[in-house]
Design a protein around this ligand. Structure first.
Ligand code: SAM
Length: 209
């Protein structure tokens, strides 16, 4: 399978179980593939927004942490209170090897999360909120586990934002006064080598209640 096909292969999963199995199988090669074949830069770009808004002492959840690329970068920047959560135990096992996270948890975004309310100062989610992965309804639980005035920072494809219920969900949460948009980035190529036609934006929200 070519690496481009492998990306499509995880996206074509029919349910969370199949998605987890496919990421489990991909886990050992995921980083090499994404770095070498795609020049993946989602975590690097997102790190700039985390540094802008989140203090180094913050307790941060990396939701859909995968193999821990985001945690590795944040740890290097001085963020030490990091928790990883992911659907795939295989991906989490790879993340654990980095030593960047204090805790690792296998959980599913879109379902009830096994964290108490207001557990985190911030949640970051890179490359996870998208078609066939975590749905827009995931925000309800991410907001519940983030303390008031905490931040939720995530990447999203503009086409997914417009066509897959994210636009409506994000607006509904804002009109209900549950969170407030702080900033949305310009569009950037997240996989400039392998999929130059794919763009993402970084969204920054502040939880209000
Ligand atoms: C494209 S990878 C991104 C991983 C990491 N954030 C990064 O930037 O390298 C997507 C990750 O999201 C996880 N994932 C997909 N759907 C999920 C869900 N509903 N809940 C939790 N994790 C999920 C996958 O297992 C995979 O590790």
């Amino acid at each position: 399978m070519t690496e481009s096909n492998r990306v499509q292969w995880v996206y074509s999963s029919r349910n969370n179980r199949e998605l987890a199995e496919r990421y489990d199988q991909w886990a050992k090669d995921y980083e090499t593939n994404l770095k070498k074949d795609f020049q993946y830069r989602g975590p690097q770009v997102t790190a700039g927004y985390i540094e802008k808004y989140i203090s180094k002492e913050a307790k941060i959840l990396d939701a859909g942490a995968g193999t821990g690329l985001m945690g590795e970068i944040l740890n290097g920047m001085g963020y030490k209170d990091l928790t990883a959560m992911d659907l795939s135990q295989g991906m989490l096992d790879e993340a654990g090897k980095k030593g960047a996270y204090r805790e690792l948890h296998q959980m599913v975004m879109g379902e009830t999360l096994d964290f108490a309310a207001d557990s985190f100062d911030a949640v970051v989610s890179v490359g996870v909120l998208t078609v066939g992965h975590a749905p827009a309804s995931s925000f309800d639980e991410l907001i519940r586990i983030t303390r008031p005035e905490g931040y939720i920072i995530f990447t999203l494809r503009p086409d997914v934002y417009h066509k897959s219920g994210f636009k409506e969900k994000q607006a509904a949460l804002e009109s209900m006064g549950i969170w407030k948009l702080v900033e949305v980035s310009e569009k950037f190529q997240t996989l400039p080598k392998g999929e130059p036609e794919v763009f993402h934006q970084v969204w920054v929200y502040r939880v209000t209640s």
